[in-house]
Design a protein around this ligand. Structure first.
Ligand code: SF4
Length: 471
């Protein structure tokens, strides 16, 4: 065999033994596999984290976490036992080196961020903003983002069974944190969902609905089934994608009898109508794909739905190497039958600079992962450009690597620029993390921030080319 930069090896899935963790030493398999037990034992605060992991986790870590929650966190803490169990699993929690292993763990880095993880020079990009993709601005009715000509995003609820530190919908999703209040839906849930269905009935040009939130696993099953069933009754809807990180974070939910039976009913109705239902999940690290996750994914495929796909997020310290991405993709594909689909660049929300990669790094990763996976399972690395939409990272039209500004074009209008004759001829900007730039570029941004006072002010993550300061 020719030696290659990446050596493929089939990775056996493992479910780390939760009984090694002091707080769960007497938890039975039946309890572990119960969605109710998992939800009831999610870790939501420092006290619970300390209670579960025991004295092996240093006070320094807890103080670091406490400071992050006080000063930086945009998401509150919510970690299901299933996810916590996969962190630092090779080091006994009561043994030496556990805190170091926990600090270094890729899943910990994005699920339980601490202050020392983040940049102190530029914790946020000057153009970071809360709803960085302007989804609420594009709501056709409350919670229904019409951002692409034929596709909509239905935010059916603002909660998840797990909260990710880098959540792009930090504006809406989860509980308020010390630094970040949350947008509240105004309409009662039933009215909001009914208004979405009414809009889709009246808008036959939309054929594809992403049902998201939040995470659909937090919607009571009868309500989710009724909503998806109503979508299937809309003649023009041909694709429905259910967004749920819980397929990985809380696979017990998708393995529950009532959920499986309901998915079978929906799968049968979709087939009858010639429409497709798929599940889209969000896995960022290979260690998260355990046998239980694989069982849940296969159970969903057995209900007759079209596919289970993964949309991961590129995050520094989590999966920012070709080997980490390929290990993840092969584990998803070989171990769980989950199709690798996208890796998004981390969006420009406040506090995310330490996680974000530059466009150049993302392009390089796309290049490095080509040719190993089957073509149909080779994920596209995409940049979700504000006011433009998802673009493959090589679709950039211009890229100023000194200032870390990439320029993008769009080929359709949203409602926001319906009357704008220049929308399709304009370039839209996206920004690399400033600390990665050459010194003259960093100096330019420091000067801009001082001059405009925009640093950290949460300005929109879009700057039209004509607005850019001269160099
Ligand atoms: S599961 Fe998705 S919506 Fe929920 S916190 Fe994570 S990234 Fe945000």
């Amino acid at each position: 065999m020719v030696e290659q930069p990446y050596a493929y090896q089939r990775i056996e899935l493992t479910e780390p033994d939760w009984r090694r963790i002091p707080g769960w030493s007497d938890v039975t398999t039946a309890e572990w596999e119960s969605a109710q037990w998992q939800r009831a034992h999610c870790v939501k605060n420092l006290r619970q984290l300390r209670g579960v992991l025991g004295a092996g986790l240093d006070e320094t870590f807890l103080a670091d976490l406490e400071r992050d929650q006080r000063e930086r966190a945009t998401m509150s803490m919510l970690v299901p036992p299933q996810m916590l169990n996969t962190m630092a699993s090779s080091v006994p929690p009561d043994g030496p080196g556990f805190t170091e292993a926990f600090y270094a763990d890729p899943v910990r880095r994005y699920m339980i961020p601490v202050f020392s993880d983040r940049r102190t020079d530029w914790p946020s990009h000057p153009y970071a903003s809360r709803d960085s993709l302007h989804e609420a601005e594009m709501w056709a009715v409350e919670g229904l983002t019409h951002r692409y000509p034929t596709k909509v995003l239905a935010e059916v609820l603002p909660t998840c069974p797990q909260y990710c530190g880098h959540c792009t919908r930090m504006d809406l999703v989860g509980n308020p944190t010390a630094s970040t209040g949350k947008l509240k839906f105004g309409l009662p849930p039933a009215d909001r969902l009914a208004a979405m269905i009414d809009y889709l009935r009246a808008t036959p040009g939309v054929r594809d609905v992403v049902v998201s939130g939040g995470d659909v696993a937090n919607l009571p099953w009868p309500r989710l089934e009724a909503f998806v069933s109503a979508l299937l009754d809309v003649d023009s809807v041909r694709d429905i994608r259910l967004a749920t990180k819980a397929l990985m974070g809380l696979p017990q939910h998708w393995l529950a009898d009532d959920v499986r039976a309901g998915m079978e009913r929906l799968g049968a109705k979709a087939r009858e109508r010639g429409a497709n239902i798929a599940i889209h999940t969000h896995v960022n690290a290979a260690q998260s794909v355990t046998p239980l996750v694989a069982r849940a994914a296969r159970a969903m495929l057995d209900t007759g739905i079209r596919d289970v796909r993964n949309q991961g997020v590129l995050l520094r310290g989590v999966n920012d190497s070709a080997s980490a991405l390929l290990d993840l993709c092969f584990t998803l594909l070989d171990g769980a039958g989950i199709m690798p689909y996208y890796f998004y660049m981390c969006d420009m929300i406040p506090g995310s600079e330490h996680w974000r990669l530059s466009l150049g790094e993302a392009q390089d990763l796309q290049h490095q992962i080509m040719g190993y996976l089957p073509g149909f399972a080779t994920p596209r690395v995409v940049c979700d450009v504000p006011y433009v939409g998802k673009r493959w990272v090589h679709q950039v039209s211009r890229y100023d690597t000194d200032l870390g500004i990439s320029y993008w074009m769009k080929n359709y209008r949203t409602g926001v620029e319906a009357e704008d004759p220049l929308a399709l001829g304009r370039e839209y900007a996206y920004y690399d993390p400033i600390y990665l730039l050459p010194e003259p570029g960093q100096a330019w941004w420091r000067q801009l921030s001082q001059a405009t006072g925009e640093y950290g002010a949460g300005e929109p993550a879009v700057m039209l080319v004509e607005d850019a300061p001269a160099r």
